[in-house]
Design a protein around this ligand. Structure first.
Ligand code: FES
Length: 250
């Protein structure tokens, strides 16, 4: 379910190059959001809202954490918010990650700014006693974030494309070191998701598609993606952003 909410900024930090962690307060979102859902934030002077995944929720303190990259005018403006300021948003939006209850171990595979929603998921599954392994991919050392947080959840591998930190290569480069798991969850750039779904085709998996959104409420068709169901299409903002790995054509 989605509704208009007012988020109050609690803190804003740089946690890696161009990467901002913002903690927001709103009781309704903190208590109802599930992993994989996003907030659709309004930024003054910008017509389009920005979809940003929820990286963590704290229902006791009514806090929500989001991470985003400071790359354009909108996100720079967002990053300039000070504690106490309000942000108008729709959310929590979209369909989050499913968990079938039959998996004892899961693999999380994230790339860059696709990693945050996997933290929220990993924390939730870990609290239910599920074994969590994570593979986190970044461009280079200065972009790495949340490594220690994922290590608290379970075995974690950090990969950088240029080899300046952790293993060199892509997230798929370390897959032969991963012990078996029941289900995987992945979020990141489309090219990464293509490689991951191909490599892990014999496992059940879920992918979150975050790129390409316009209105965010199912009205503009900017986010359609073809499905394996007789040439049909789905809307990422409304039917996703999470899909089963074999449901959509990347
Ligand atoms: Fe407009 Fe999905 S972003 S329909």
């Amino acid at each position: 379910m989605k509704r208009k909410v007012e988020l109050v900024v609690k803190s804003v930090h740089d946690i890696a190059l161009e990467t901002i962690e913002m903690t927001l307060m709103n009781e309704y979102v903190a208590k109802t959001a599930i992993p994989g859902q996003f907030l659709h934030l309004s930024i003054d002077g910008h017509t389009l809202r920005r979809p940003i995944s929820i990286a963590n929720t704290d229902d006791k303190n009514n806090e929500i954490t989001i991470l985003f990259k400071k790359v354009g005018d909108g996100t720079k403006q967002l990053a300039a918010h000070k504690p106490g300021m309000s942000i108008d948003a729709l959310g929590p939006s979209g369909n989050g990650f499913s968990y079938d209850g039959n998996s004892n171990s899961v693999l999380l595979v994230g790339g860059g700014i696709g990693i945050p929603p996997l933290y929220n998921l990993g924390k939730t599954l870990r609290n239910e006693g599920i074994n969590v392994t994570a593979v986190l991919g970044f461009q280079s050392k200065e972009y790495v974030f949340y490594e220690s947080k994922f290590r608290e959840l379970g075995k974690s591998y950090v990969v950088t494309n240029d080899g300046t930190y952790g293993h060199q290569g892509f997230v798929t480069s370390v897959m032969d070191q991963i012990e078996d798991f029941d289900t995987y969850y992945s979020c990141g750039p489309i090219q990464m998701l293509k490689a991951v779904t191909k490599l892990l085709h014999d496992h059940s998996g879920y992918i979150s598609l975050e790129e390409r959104m316009g209105c965010g409420v199912g009205a503009c068709f900017a986010c359609v993606i073809p499905t394996n169901n007789n040439g049909g299409y789905k809307k990422i903002c409304k039917d996703g952003p999470v899909f089963t790995a074999d449901e959509v054509i990347l």
